[in-house]
Design a protein around this ligand. Sequence first.
Ligand SMILES: [Zn+2]
Ligand SMILES: [Zn+2]
Length: 279
Amino acid sequence: MTQRKASTLCDFHIHTRNTDDAQDTLEAMAEAAAARGILEIAVTDHFVPGLQGYCVTPHQIERHFTDAERIMRRHGVSVRVGIEADYLPGAVRELEAMIRRFDFDMILGAAHFVDWCGLADEGSARTYFSRHEPRAAYRMYFEHLEESIRSGLFHVMAHLDLVKKFGAAMAGNPGFEEYAECAESVARALAETGTAFELNCRGFDHACAEQYPSAPFLAVIKQAGVETVTIGSDAHRADAVGDHLERGAAALAAAGFTRIARFRQGKPCFSDLRADQSY
Ligand SMILES: [Zn+2]
Ligand SMILES: [Zn+2]
């Protein structure tokens, strides 16, 4: 990994090798953050009950809390402990039990699975888009996302328009106007439940070549009065920690957002987006 100048302040979406899609330890991720001048990160391993290889265990969460203290002393990086959890109607009890068990800094909600298909996985997304015509495919995804938000279980919702990851190529890249009503409904759900959302920078490396959520989606969220937003790289490897945070922050600023939130013990604290010269 090449060392870069300090470029941003926090990265609130990071995965470790506790799940099959990531490969590095929390310490390696924190070291990479420090090398990029990022002094606060949140670890958000997947919690998908019933999906082998994608469900962080209580023991692994305990390890994160222990490691966080050591990492702070050794590398000067503040590690917040969260999870990225799916709202699965059949596994709500497991999620509630996990949330009760730990003093998580942030419960990051995600809607990866619709109609038993994983929309972040290419093969599974192909199945999904072959079963449903584009408008229905997008609508079903957003309905599930809204139901997840309205469960009230999450502090922050991740990558709000994840459906475009493969939908861009597999569903004919529908324009925002085709699902604007869904986006407005999602934004209302965020506002009414007091749920924050995430500016996820991983999309810059995906076929959509833009952040999640898109610029017009950000405008709708702003219009709905939702102001609390976190930012994250969604890194699954140490050399991706902090990727594209500046571009993500610029997209937020362009949409009129002025602050970035970090979560500690479920509560947001804010830093000024405009005053932070590193953005
Ligand atoms: Zn995700
Ligand atoms: Zn993630």
